[in-house]
Design a protein around this ligand. Sequence first.
Ligand code: ADP
Ligand code: MG
Length: 679
Amino acid sequence: MSLYDVELSSIKGLGKTRCALFEKLGVHSVGELLRFYPRTYSDWGDATPISEVANGEKCMIKATVSTAVSTARISGGRILSKVQAADDSGVIELVFFNNKYISNMLKFSEEYCFYGKVTRDLYGFSMVAPEFKKSSEVDSITPVYNLTSGLTNRVVINAVKQALQMLPETIVDPLPYEILKKYNLCSLRTALVNIHFPKDADSLRKAKARLVFEEFLVLNLGLRILKKRKLTETSCKMNEDYSQEFIASLPYTLTNAQKTAIVDCVNDMRNKKSPMNRLVQGDVGCGKTVVAAAVCYNCVKNGYQAAFMAPTEILAQQHFNNLSAMFAPFNVRVDLLIGSMTKSQKDKVRERLVNGETDIAIGTHALITESTKFKNLGCAITDEQHRFGVEQRAKLAQKGGHPHILVLSATPIPRTLGLIIYGDLDITCIDELPPGRQPVKTMLIDSKKRDRALSFIRQELDDGKQCYIVCPLVEEGELDLQSAENYAAELMLKDFAHYPIGILHGKMKAKDKEAVMNSFLEGDISVLVSTTVIEVGVDVKNASVIMIENAERFGLSQLHQLRGRVGRGQHKSYCIMVSDNHNEETTQRLSTMCKTNNGFEIADEDLKLRGPGDFFGNRQHGLPQLNIADFSDMESLYKTQEAASYILNISPDLSDNSLKGLKAMVNLLFSFLDSSTMN
Ligand code: ADP
Ligand code: MG
């Protein structure tokens, strides 16, 4: 019997109440308890001499209690206990709240290990509420678990100890022997024992390496099986290719890369039995929108409806304007559906969609929620949407007649990483910009030169061009909002007194944002002061300068996206980054922007300088939740890519008997999918 089928209550000390608390943490069985890895470890290994502890750092000290415990009542009836302890190098004060037993637990002149965060002030060193143990009882590394109110670390430790004892002496390892050997990984049993109660740092490292490998491998296998899966046939069969007439109607010639992208998509929709599942990736400004429009056109002419989704209402509105213009020569009906429309407006659009009176719906992601019904949706396109992950794609693919799916992205993820993250998609890269584009000239200045930059911007404005100024703001928080307005007010009074200024920030109502954006688009506003809400997609050809304040606060990829707001037409364009941070690393990072306009080069540089954590830290990548692995560990990720190929070569659907355990894990990680999908 699998330990996943053994109830938690079979562990001594776990009654109904505690079992419920474990369930809150996602632990329902003994098997899951074994996979409930520690959040971190308190290291009782190396003691730091008191004289060497650093303010604000967590550390362990070994010290002898040198005073009696003093206890006082403080506000709110709380009890405050203080005691001093000393080692050869110094004295530290230990402070505890609401623990009546401290004076029994800490005995004068006995030695203890204390673990906690050190504060250093005028009065010396102190630690508030440290963990402690008698130094004779310390074994080196203690696991620290995620807890929930009512559940202590001690209870979890005891439960895990018992669970480990329930592990049979020989367990079948889900990883094939050859893989264990080739990558020098420890067995599952050893890994489980040592991830919870490591003998030493080395055995912990080995345990972790093995479990990380396993998790990445499962992810890798799952994504690749998903990609190859034989989906139920799509009922959105498209027979004809109508691209030529659409392309001929455009006011410009498509680049070869755009043409190839259209061919790839149309072939997917025409030739294959399974639905298209494609990513079209290309740097900002390469012209992905028209590719999406061509796909919509083909879809409509073949008798189906299309949905085109954007991450913001501003962008949806812009796509609506663009596509409406592109389809004006044809008998194609386009509708906009966004949250800020009135209920009756929305109802009307929904009615047209369900009756088949409209061909293309453009909107935010609300478009594909339950309440919006299509008569015969043939294709769903999402633009610039990182959060539109594996799960959403797979769910959409399972909808109705299994519509075709196209994802557009400008996020310059390093190529190798992209292959993994988008493992379930076919990829087309648009690696060419429309002709005549001049690279955006990029400069890094400090605030002493701001006045000169502003006077340069005024020249551009006098020349009839427009500019963006991006404020040093985080999008949320009242305080920031005020300063956005203050900043704009100052510009209005001083530097741009004679120019129309607009403000755009995240806290504005969608309607107001749209109004501001539209006036900028129409040229009624010359200077748009904004937070990063303009980051994705917005297209105003007449804008020739973007000035970014506190540029050091942005990641390179984000700066590249911001810079992509200019240089979209024929004008020579400029990006001015302002930063007073002269730190060497920052300067090096920002000067990358001045050196290249290529999004992928920038992504690779960002990766080198800061590690991949940043690609994933702030951004949801839409992959299944990982338990122990994290994407900054590229080395393991690549190794498992290789291992996955090896395994799939032997058994493309993991049906081999020796891969049973691995297959079960893949199914578990991808359990959000229909059970049939992974089989
Ligand atoms: P992105 O790939 O960043 O979404 P867009 O689709 O917004 O780029 O296109 C950027 C601009 O380039 C738009 O104004 C669009 O009309 C224009 N454009 C697209 N393709 C071409 C082309 N082949 N020749 C000239 N201009 C083009
Ligand atoms: Mg775009």
